[in-house]
Design a protein around this ligand. Sequence first.
Ligand SMILES: Cc1ncc(COP(=O)(O)O)c(C=O)c1O
Ligand SMILES: N[C@@H](CCOP(=O)(O)O)C(=O)O
Length: 471
Amino acid sequence: MRYVSTRGQAPRLSFDDVLLAGLARDGGLYLPEEWPTLSPEELAGFAGRPYAEVAAAVMRPFLAESCAAEALDDLTARAYSSFARTGTCPLVQLDEGRWLLELFHGPTLAFKDVALQLLGELFDHVLARRGERITIVGATSGDTGSAAIEACRDRERVDIFILHPKGRVSEVQRRQMTTVEAANVHNIAVEGTFDDCQALVKAMFNDPAFRDQQRLAAVNSINFARILAQIVYYVTAAVALGAPHRRVAFSVPTGNFGNVFAGYAAKRMGLPVERLIVGSNSNDILTRFFETGAMEAQGVIPTLSPSMDIQVSSNFERLLFDLLDGDGAAVAREMERFKQSGRFAVERSRLERALETFSGARYDDARTRAEIARVRRETGLLVDPHSAIGIAAGRELHGKSDVPLISLATAHPAKFPDAVEAATGERPALPERLADLYERPERCTALPNDLAEVEAYVRAHSRAGERAPSA
Ligand SMILES: Cc1ncc(COP(=O)(O)O)c(C=O)c1O
Ligand SMILES: N[C@@H](CCOP(=O)(O)O)C(=O)O
């Protein structure tokens, strides 16, 4: 299988090269040239099978040329061995027609672990075969950072630099990143927002000399491997509720559009997904798009769900590629317009096509708190503010349909104890292995929102010029 850039100008690549490339060289994002399909028989055959086995089966067609079947089985088994004994991504019933898909049972307590634990294994596998080393640069609004650090810490062929917006992540999230004692891990607190951090990362990829000298790679969902690994839990959840013989709907708390785009990809592959409901916080650029057809950036507002305090949703470009019928030049034009003016719009007919699958709703902090309290009252569960937004959007937009609704729980409530306590009066405890998180020493460097300074820091601390260890 070959992969193409959404902007149509970068070379077509193999899976290995896409994994290591991150952003395409024309500034676009990679997508498979064609989506492989999952037949009804294959889907039915996944029922009751271990998560790691289904993961290998769903992903195999995407990377068959890069990774032999047995090796992929080993990689998925290793990646998911670190998940809690509750099951990798368990489904919990909320009421007669609604379920919660708990995606926070990995090492850093957020859905990011599901893809990043696998990415860490894939990086090692490919780099050992090639005898290469990489420098990862990533941006985080709180969860990708710790999941990527945990997945890449102490890996011989990898240095990892994570940029987070200074003072705009929860204390638990910050400490999960800054207390990791590993020589290859570097935390940078940027004076700015998550969008600034993401723009710095993209600017480093768009600086060809720096990119090549450092051998840059990505852990954000600009890396297609992230999307790929996230497709799997849509499949396991739908199959557990009766797919392919029954349709399902999902509601997804959304920021960078990577999680819900994986649901869209699952649908493209043949999963019977009736609807994808997008939940936004007050940074509601995506919900506004689905209401109006215009993508219009406004200033970022800090909220109780800081991981979704995002105005530039980078994966939306992958959906735009489909809405513009795969016309890379048109995507490039619209993305350039957005960069210059902070706005672009699609025609009514294209918006209507998107609305056949997507809808969106927004929740400010007061409504988020109310939803956390309601879920506690009605189901006995404590949910984090991001998950609460997904649940609320599902309840509001899915109504009384007969189609089962699956809401994605994207983080453990203990990552946001203040918000949960304010809503319910109960302070969720961190799991035992993180009990001393507040006592551990932190390591982090504060830098201005300045590309030259960030690049200089990465250059000074990476091992890019050194020989990679042999396999
Ligand atoms: C806990 C949590 N929920 C939801 C989201 C939004 O997911 P996405 O950016 O893939 O839309 C994020 C960040 O990405 C997150 O960390
Ligand atoms: N909420 C994310 C933002 C980055 O998203 P990604 O999926 O593109 O890595 C975070 O927690 O960092």
